[in-house]
Design a protein around this ligand. Structure first.
Ligand code: MOS
Length: 748
């Protein structure tokens, strides 16, 4: 069946098919979570703690309760009916382990301490302002230096004797790299509409994983899973911040249960910086040992990552370190450092993004010490197999990524001395970095219905977080059946659909394609069978295996599609309401063949910066990104994923940092005026190339996954380019003008 799939697919699989949900979004027809409204719906506003650590000495809700329109004030003194659930237990993952209002303790600035529900948003807002709270204040610990940590460290991926190898290495780099707290800021802020019907709850959510969301909320609320339905049909992006439920979901559900009315609760932009996750700060010491001719002999990657007081979130910065390069002696260690901040969360390319900033910056520094081209250093140490797991790679074309990118940017013309390249009176710097991200085939289910009106419905409880998931389902249906794209209906983002995967880890495409394909193949074979069994059918009595479906018509295999009849006619002749089949994707880790391989995508970024010392201006002028992510299913949506990720990487390199006030723990730049993200005016020419080598170990399409990998390595490429232009090595992101004022390269 695999070759059949691919031959029919030739046209549409890979094409830059426009998003089928695009018109719904651009016309404002798509309804996001808090766009939902119901008769009797009331509005909730959360009250936030204004201290970063301590306890509530007293909370007086009496004035708020008397305000016009106020229906309910919830707080730790009257909250009940919620339970704890623990991350990664019972297939349920929650973001913040402590339920809202569990007790009077404050662990971070902005923590929700009360909820006011009123008839209107204005009344709820006024009510929230009238809740009187006195605190016992302690000094929060939001220290940015994580190296004060003395607790246990976890060791992973140890091989050989890295300490001995470092002690005897002729050339050593030993540097520490830091990345700040960065905050996810998808366009759509978090929000929930909760509506009960008796014992049954429907949550309109912005969730990257409706199935997990349902399980968690059932446990938190102490009700059966089948009584919870979670709907997230459209999501204004998430970047990892919407993978797991946050307290606003619990608060909306609890207050709606108590009031017996639908409740809407939005997280505002300021709350986005304290209450719904962030990429935690990291501090990473990298030690590299090498021979004088540039062969790596040792790698130590010892890092700290910050987490909250109660949640054990780890930013796995060392995940790519064991297999990116060939090196006999290696160790990665982790220390988890608690601070008075909200729970961190996965944020685009968790682990790899800060981790590769450090590792790839250190590789650049090693190249300089060796007096060697940084590209040559990468090529010389490229790993032929995964030395961490001792498995071959299913498909790795990293060298070709490097060589293609080098060609595109004109790396040959690069002269190594900092400040040695000029153009139009500006200094030019060029830097590069490698990238990698894990691939897997995660479990998925999808159903396909061939309908008597000539349409196809495909259903799965996964989500489209803006990446094109709706569209790739339709592409696969079109490829298998020839039914036009505008007659294919895709239903996602609803727990009443067959269980689908979380939109996380850049793994949805590789997971859903096999399930959807299996479902449509089964539906087609039932259809052909019914065509032979139905009295009125022109194929009555034929052998099903002599028939096929193409161009939306059933016909004999040895005759053209025009000789047959539209598929829906057979369904109507058979008096059926539709023909439905369900397909499943089995996980790659249960596949003995896939299990023999290391499954990863690879890529390289080449960045060029321009430096104008007279006005201390650094601009990124070009980025070339070359990626080996298996077969690309939609070059439009896929290319946009890498472009968007490169923009986030540029933003990380030059702009983004959430700053906590050391006195109060408040994210003091928690708004879009003070928290800088790259805008169109900051962007250079961006160029994305896909190598497009199908990885048939992962699935029959050869698709691995794209998105997160596009952000990995960008900041290192820019930091190295910056060093090349200015002579200043910045090891603590973001790169600031203040850092560059130290540049000795002053006159062109
Ligand atoms: Mo991603 S950080 O798994 O949304």
């Amino acid at each position: 069946m695999a070759t059949d799939t691919l031959s029919q697919a030739a046209g549409i699989i890979g094409a830059a098919v426009p998003r089928i949900d695009g018109p719904l979004k651009t016309t404002g027809t798509a309804r996001y979570a808090v766009d939902h409204d119901f008769p009797g719906l009331v509005h909730a506003v959360a009250v936030q703690a204004i201290i970063g650590k301590g306890r509530i000495r007293s909370l007086d809700a009496s004035a708020a309760e008397k305000m016009p329109g106020v229906l309910l004030v919830l707080h730790h003194g009257n909250m009940n009916g919620v339970y704890r659930t623990f991350p990664h237990q019972d297939d349920a993952t929650i973001s913040e382990v402590r339920p809202p209002f569990e007790d009077d303790r404050i662990y971070y600035w902005g923590q929700f301490v009360a909820l006011v529900v009123a008839e209107t948003l204005e009344q709820a807002t006024a009510g929230a302002a009238a809740v009187r709270i006195e605190y016992e204040t302690e000094t929060p610990d939001v220290r940015t230096d994580l190296s004060t940590y003395t607790g246990p460290r976890e060791s992973s991926w140890k091989r050989g004797d890295p300490d001995k190898a470092l002690a005897s290495a002729p050339v050593v780099v030993d540097e520490t790299y830091s990345t700040p707290v960065e905050t996810h800021n998808p366009m759509e802020m978090h929000g929930t509409v909760a509506a009960w019907d008796g014992d049954a709850l429907t949550l309109y959510e912005c969730s990257q994983g409706v199935v997990n969301h349902r399980v968690v909320m059932a446990e938190v609320l102490g009700i059966p899973r089948e009584n919870v339905r979670v709907i997230s049909r459209f999501i204004g992006s998430g970047f990892g911040g919407k993978l797991f439920p946050w307290p606003q979901s619990t608060l909306a559900a609890v207050s709606a249960r108590q009031l017996k009315r639908p409740v809407k609760l939005s997280v505002d932009r300021r709350m986005m910086f304290s209450n719904v996750g962030h990429r935690p700060r990291t501090q990473q010491r990298i030690r590299l040992g090498a021979t004088p001719d540039g062969k790596l002999t040792a790698i130590r990657h010892d890092f700290f990552t910050e987490t909250s007081m109660l949640d054990d979130f780890v930013e796995h910065c060392g995940e790519q370190t064991p297999f990116l390069y060939s090196c006999p002696n290696l160790e990665v260690t982790t220390g988890m450092v608690r601070r008075n901040v909200g729970a961190p969360a996965p944020m685009r390319g968790p682990g790899a993004v800060p981790g590769l900033f450090a590792l790839e910056s250190a590789m650049d520094e090693l190249a300089i010490k060796l007096n060697m081209d940084p590209l040559e250093l990468r090529l010389k140490n490229d790993a032929e197999r995964d030395e961490g797991t001792n498995r071959p790679f299913s498909s790795r074309h990293l060298k070709e990524c490097y060589l293609t990118g080098a060609e595109k940017i004109g790396w040959k013309s690069r002269t190594p001395e900092p400040g040695s390249m000029r153009r139009d009176g500006k200094f030019i710097g060029m830097g590069l970095a490698g990238a990698s991200w894990a691939a897997a085939r995660i479990p998925a289910t999808a159903s396909v219905e061939l309908r008597p009106n000539g349409r196809i419905a495909v259903r799965s409880a996964t989500q489209d977080i803006g990446t094109g998931t709706y569209t790739i389902f339709a592409q696969v249906m079109h490829a298998r059946t020839g039914v036009p794209m505008d007659r294919i209906d895709v239903f996602l983002g609803d727990t009443s659909l067959p269980e689908g995967p979380m939109s996380g880890g850049s793994m949805v495409t590789s997971a859903v394609l096999p399930a959807a394909t299996s479902a449509v193949n089964q539906a087609i074979s039932r259809l052909l069978n019914i065509a032979t069994l139905t009295q009125e059918s022109p194929f009555h009595g034929a052998k099903p295996d002599t028939l096929t479906l193409s161009e939306a018509r059933i016909h004999a295999k040895d005759k053209p599609a025009s000789s047959g009849i539209p598929f829906e006619e057979v369904i109507r002749m058979a008096d059926m309401s539709g023909i439905t089949a369900t397909g499943r994707t089995s996980p790659s880790w249960e596949d003995p063949k896939a299990n023999q391989y290391s499954l990863h995508s690879f890529g390289a970024h080449f960045a060029e910066v321009e430096w104008e010392p007279e006005i201390a201006r650094l601009r990124v002028s070009r980025i070339f990104s070359v990626f080996d992510c298996g077969r690309i299913i939609n070059k439009g949506a896929g290319g946009n994923q890498i472009l968007g990720a490169a923009v986030m990487g540029l933003s990380m390199a030059l702009l983004e940092e959430t700053i906590h006030d050391p006195r109060t723990g408040q994210p003091i730049n928690g708004n879009f005026a003070d928290y800088l993200v790259a805008t169109c005016a900051d962007l250079p020419d961006l160029d994305v190339t896909f190598l497009d080598y199908p990885d048939l170990i992962v699935n029959e399409y050869g698709a691995r996954g794209i998105g997160e990998i596009g952000m990995a390595g960008v900041a290192a490429a820019i930091a190295s380019a910056t060093h090349h232009a200015t002579g200043v090595r910045v090891r603590e992101l973001p790169i600031r003008i203040e850092d560059l004022l130290q540049s000795k390269i002053l006159e062109a």
